[in-house]
Design a protein around this ligand. Structure first.
Ligand code: PMP
Length: 468
């Protein structure tokens, strides 16, 4: 406990804790346990760390939620935001109105994005960026005179958001339990997870199988009905799954063959996480038709998302339409000037500080140190790239059998890390790491060693309790 925490601080913390428990319905939360345990309250953050209401400091191993790329406490962002609020905090961008940050950011994104992706539609986050992509694609094919082309294909374990459409495109099975999804429009194909592949297949054969599956699905639905394929470069919330080599290029080729638009969901991977501003081209060699992004766009300092799309789409949707239609889509906060000012300053910092080069260097070291944990008995697979990594914990490394879910191994490891001053994310039986991108090698060593100690401790208790 921090000796500077006074009785008044403790009373305030209690008030916040109770207000939160009783009234704040948290996203993605199991309320059967939440009602008893409530929340940890965080009150401060700087650099790579966050601080709780008792003054205890933690290294943030999850970058807020894969988003605080430039780290916490950047006064420059606060100043850019304050200046923009004083200049003009908000004005509608519907029709022919704009503000300097919204215009400049669109030009900057067009410059950074690959190929002819020169047009930007703004929303407030990743889900909305994906919903916008769907509306854009539907409008595009309608105006092109191909109104039957509406169906969307995505992958099991892909994550694309929480709005109704984005949730339907999401393929994480658990996220659909208790809900209905839009089965009229969305079709899922299997996840290209090399760890869970049939051991008889080489990685190349496995890749071919997954690409063929996409082609088969297009043929089964009918190429005249399929509008788009949605894919994250690395499946994030589905367990940091890196598809086999060549997968993205080959799936893009299939899409081209059938005039299916390729949407690369870079909500996590853009703005430095893999050492590039955008990973589609620089890491995976593809120029998609649409890139959706959010999170690292402002490093989480303010909400903002963007759907960046090609000249080819823009030409079709921007011409006078026979039916008089215009793209009737947009949000009060599309192009919010304060969020755009934060994004511009964030991108300036990423560029000025060479964060992508830093990620190529220290992120590679991070990957190597986390991979070393693969020698532990509990760790079946270590996967990911740079500052996007996942540990898949198993009961038996040879058979890859999972532990009894009641063991709650992901939570146990996260708790053991937290005790030692490190936040990692539990995801079922896995643990995910997506720290800020400004870690030093010393921070990386701390994370690797803390995880090792925590996993060893958890292995012992699991054995004692008969789970191993
Ligand atoms: N796409 C991906 C790949 C994501 O990881 C997320 C969020 N984790 C989203 C979309 C949805 O973004 P948001 O939560 O900002 O709506």
């Amino acid at each position: 406990l921090n000796p500077n925490v006074t009785a008044a601080d403790a009373a305030e913390k209690q008030k916040v804790w109770e207000a939160d428990r009783d009234h704040f319905m948290h996203p993605w939360t199991d309320f059967s346990t939440f009602k008893e345990t409530g929340s940890m309250v965080f009150t401060a953050a700087d650099g790579v760390s966050i601080v709780d209401a008792d003054g205890k400091r933690y290294l943030d191993g999850i970058g807020g939620l894969w988003c605080v790329n430039i780290g916490y406490g950047r006064k420059e962002i606060a100043e850019a935001v304050a200046d923009q609020i004083c200049a003009i905090p908000y004005f509608s961008t519907f029709g022919h109105h704009t503000t300097p940050p919204a215009a400049k950011l669109a030009a900057k994104l067009a410059d950074l994005a690959p190929g002819d992706l020169n047009h930007v539609f703004y929303g407030c986050g990743g889900s909305v960026a994906n919903d916008t992509a769907v509306r854009l694609i539907h409008f595009y094919f309608n105006q092109l005179g191909k109104p039957t082309k509406k169906q969307i294909i995505s992958r099991i374990d892909g994550y694309h958001g929480s709005t109704y459409m984005a949730m339907s495109i999401t393929g994480v099975k658990f996220d659909h339990v208790g809900f209905d999804i839009d089965q009229q429009l969305v079709h899922h194909i299997s996840c290209p997870n090399p760890y869970r592949r049939d051991p008889k297949l080489s990685e190349e054969e496995f890749c071919r199988q997954k690409v063929d599956e996409l082609e088969q699905k297009i043929l089964e639905i009918g190429p005249d009905k399929v509008a788009a394929f949605f894919a994250e470069p690395i499946l994030g919330a589905g367990g940091v799954i890196v598809p086999p080599k060549g997968y993205h290029q080959a799936t893009l080729e299939v899409c081209r063959k059938y005039d299916v638009l390729y949407v690369s969901d870079e909500v996590v991977t853009a703005f430095g996480r893999l050492g590039h501003m955008f990973a589609s081209q620089d890491e995976f060699g593809i120029v998609p038709d649409i890139i959706t992004c959010a999170k690292g766009l402002t490093s989480g300092y303010l909400p903002l998302g963007a759907t960046i799309f090609s000249d080819r789409i823009y030409e079709v949707i921007s011409k006078p339409q026979a039916d008089g239609a215009i793209f009737t889509h947009g949000f009060t906060y599309s192009g919010h000037p304060v969020s755009c000012a934060a994004a511009l300053k964030n991108i300036e910092i990423l560029e000025r500080e060479g964060v992508c080069d830093h990620v190529k260097d220290v992120g590679t070291y991070f990957e190597q140190r986390i991979r070393e944990l693969g020698e532990l008995e509990l760790v079946g697979d270590v996967r990911g790239r740079k500052f996007m990594m996942c540990l898949e914990n198993v009961a038996d490394k040879r058979t890859k059998a999972l532990l009894d879910p009641r063991a709650k191994v992901g939570n146990r490891i996260a708790d053991a890390c937290q005790k030692r001053g490190l936040i990692v994310r539990p995801l079922a039986h896995m643990n995910i790491l997506s720290p800020t991108l400004i870690l030093t090698r010393e921070h990386v060593d701390f994370i690797a060693e803390t995880l090792r100690e925590s996993i060893l401790e958890v292995t012992e208790t699991l054995r004692e309790e008969g789970f191993l």
